[in-house]
Design a protein around this ligand. Structure first.
Ligand SMILES: [Mn+2]
Length: 316
């Protein structure tokens, strides 16, 4: 029995694909939306299987590892997220490199001795690793046009992974993997793919909805108000990154209605990536990193309190 666990974004899908091109097997696929990273728990009770994991953090799945190893399973783990202390066991093989200049698709490419570099390049573009992706593309002699085709494929598969549940997505990540599975060459997939056209149009439409949404300026900083809708759940991460690049001196907050509450995604100014975490942690369900943080559930009546704290964090 083979189980393949992979992140539902571009990097996870293309890492798995490279591996299975080199080691074909009929496997059970376990995946979800990009943020669904606790996948190992779905295998509780599995015995004597070959489990391969791509692009999810070992640390986030730590509790599931020891029981699976004790039940005779063999686990191979390819990843670039924070792993913490890696357990030592003869049936656990980890190839984990948390360097900010690599990703799981590039790690698998190295392990396979560059057998399927086109897919590794797509994964790197999907994870926003422009420079390493360009370098590998140059090394295998791709033209500028081919590079931009692979970059688009990576970015659109990455876009497809965003949502709160798989019902928000244009395609279940399993479906996208099965769509590319017959293709050894990403350019051949691109030439005939119906999925790419759907994702290209979907992404453009979602960006249009976002641009037409309600916006409030506080000095040169911006708050965007999104409704409780699938397009908003798909595009908010990409939109806030886009805005941060367009206005690097401004802080950006996307405020999405989720049921009765508000979910906030906060980006510090790109040119001074600080204090987003302290701002969000001032609220009960807040957390994150200095440059990008969020509040999961803010009661609407707390919004004015948030705006006050925001204005003190980043005076305009
Ligand atoms: Mn990744």
């Amino acid at each position: 029995m083979f189980f393949d666990l992979f992140n539902g974004d571009a990097d996870g899908i293309f890492a798995l694909h490279q591996h299975r091109l080199s080691f074909p097997a009929i496997s059970t696929l376990i995946t979800g939306v990009k943020r669904d990273i606790c996948l190992l728990q779905q295998l509780a009770g599995t015995k004597d299987a070959e489990i391969t994991v791509f692009d999810v953090s070992l640390d986030s799945n730590r509790r599931g590892i020891a029981p699976l190893l004790a039940q005779g399973n063999c686990i191979r783990w390819f990843d670039h997220h924070f792993a913490g202390k890696i357990p030592v066991h003869p049936r656990l093989h980890t190839i984990i490199n948390p360097s900010p200049t690599t990703c799981t698709s590039l790690i698998v490419n190295t392990v396979l001795g560059g057998s399927h570099p086109g897919w590794a390049i797509c994964g790197a573009y999907g994870d926003n690793l422009q420079e390493p992706a360009d370098r590998l593309a140059g090394k295998i002699g791709l033209s500028a046009k081919e590079m931009s085709q692979l970059a688009e494929l990576g970015k659109l598969f990455n876009y497809n992974g965003y949502g709160v549940t798989t019902a928000d997505l244009h395609f279940h990540p399993k479906k996208l993997y099965l769509a590319i599975a017959p293709f050894a060459d990403p350019l051949a997939f691109i030439a005939q793919s119906k999925e790419l056209a759907v994702l290209r149009d979907g992404c453009a439409e979602d960006l249009q909805c976002a641009a037409e949404g309600e916006q409030q300026k506080i000095g040169h900083h911006s708050l965007y108000f999104f409704p409780d809708a699938p397009w908003a759940r798909r595009i908010s991460g990409i939109y806030s990154n886009l805005k941060a690049r367009q206005e690097p001196d401004a802080a950006h907050v996307i405020i999405t209605r989720v049921g009765d509450n508000l979910r906030l995604s906060v980006r510090a100014p790109l040119n001074d990536s600080q204090r987003a975490d302290t701002l969000c942690r001032a609220f009960p369900t807040g957390g994150g990193r200095a440059g990008a943080a969020g509040i999961n559930e803010l009661p609407p009546e707390e919004l004015s309190h948030f705006i006050d704290t925001f204005s003190k964090t980043w005076p305009s």
